[in-house]
Design a protein around this ligand. Structure first.
Ligand code: ADP
Ligand code: MG
Length: 356
């Protein structure tokens, strides 16, 4: 296997690969987008720009100001199972980075044309432009001017898979909406990072879809993304539960009298220890309680759940969105009681404000 001199990137051994259920190819656009924004965050970027062209149909570019890619890693970075972030499975429990399987870039190569421009602090003002083939082999390398950071350029999605590409083109608006929703999750939860997302339609100029301003507080991210009108409908919650070694649920939720959305997944964002995820049982619980107070509305939810790192499992699904909290049933029961207490004072109040 390839190994550069000062490279931190190493191939995971077979057992570790099997344990973390790798071997997954990028299945859709939103997974690709999720992986690249996580890489930028892992690279400690404080500014991340995501540019869609034609809703992602033509290309997607992600520009960050992170630490850049170590030159010794250029050859290996897009090969399957190469990562600089994890060596043994037992490190998973203390994992502080988003990525750890070393398969995102290789999957992106298999699904699109990947070009990377990157520059480390030491290399400034000249970085490098790297092109990879479908197998993740480096095929072209040239010097280009670049400040510290990394640009990931992906185009021609699913070119090698005509059937997939046809479905992709047909469903592009839905795929694009899913991308935005995934990206908004990171933009909501990440403080001290400026995240700007834009799209350029085939005819017309580039539109900003949303942007955050390097805020210190999640509340200001919410305001940047949903607008101040929506933010006014929210109440801060801070629940503590005596489950496992203690679980807290903190964040913002709309009052049950406000009309906030008729689709259950409109504006509901869940995080575990700041990691965006899908928590179906918790979401279901919250929606059910709200329905007891307001038949037709779903609440806006932006909450972070703090759980000790060895009391949940993140690698249940390949895209790491599904997380299993130990004793989740108990958490749901206690959350339901807290929410009913929270909603009770609003029972006889007629809805006065709303956004629909
Ligand atoms: P993983 O994130 O699991 O390590 P990836 O395939 O996503 O695997 O990325 C492979 C490697 O490429 C990372 O470990 C990292 O060293 C490097 N890398 C990818 N994107 C960036 C980026 N935006 N900035 C700096 N390094 C990056
Ligand atoms: Mg990654």
């Amino acid at each position: 296997t390839y190994q550069g001199k000062t490279s931190k990137i190493k191939s995971l051994d077979k057992d570790t690969i099997n344990q973390i259920c790798s071997g997954q190819v990028i299945l859709d656009l939103s997974t690709a987008v999720k992986e690249v924004i996580e890489n930028s965050l892992d690279a400690k970027a404080t500014s991340i720009e995501i540019q869609f062209n034609n809703y992602g149909l033509d290309s997607i570019t992600i520009i960050d100001n992170g630490i850049g890619i170590n030159p010794d890693d250029y050859e290996s970075i897009a090969l399957p199972h190469y990562t600089s972030k994890l060596q043994e499975f037992n490190q998973l429990e203390q994992l502080s980075t988003y990525g750890f399987r070393g398969e995102a870039l290789s999957s992106i190569c298999a699904s699109s044309n990947l070009v990377i421009i990157s520059c480390t602090k030491e290399q400034e003002p000249m970085g490098v432009k790297l092109e990879y083939d479908y197998q993740g082999n480096l095929v072209k390398k040239e010097s280009v001017a670049r400040k510290q950071g990394t640009t990931i350029y992906m185009k021609n999605f699913f070119e090698l898979f005509p059937v997939r590409q046809k479905t992709f083109k047909k469903n592009i608006r839905r795929e694009y909406a899913k991308c935005l929703s995934i990206l908004q999750g990171y933009a909501l939860v990440c403080t001290d990072v400026k995240i700007v997302c834009s799209n350029k339609p085939p005819k017309g100029s580039r539109d900003i879809c949303f942007s955050t301003q390097c805020n210190k507080l999640m509340k200001d991210n919410i305001s940047n993304i949903f607008g101040s009108k929506v933010t006014k409908l929210l109440t801060e919650i801070d629940f503590s539960f005596n489950i496992n070694s203690g679980i807290t649920i903190k964040g913002f939720i709309s009052q049950p009298t406000n009309s906030c959305g008729r689709n259950s997944n409109d504006r509901q964002y869940y995080f575990i220890n700041q990691r965006p995820c899908d928590l179906q049982k918790i979401s279901k619980c919250i929606n059910e309680v709200y329905r007891m107070f307001n038949m037709h509305q779903y609440p806006i939810v932006v909450v972070n759940i703090e759980v000790k790192s060895d009391e949940y499992d993140i690698n249940v699904t390949p895209n790491k969105r599904t997380i299993l909290i130990h004793n989740e049933e108990e958490l749901v029961t206690q959350l339901r009681e807290e929410l009913i207490k929270f909603c009770e004072p609003y029972r006889n109040i007629v809805a006065t404000s709303g956004i629909n």
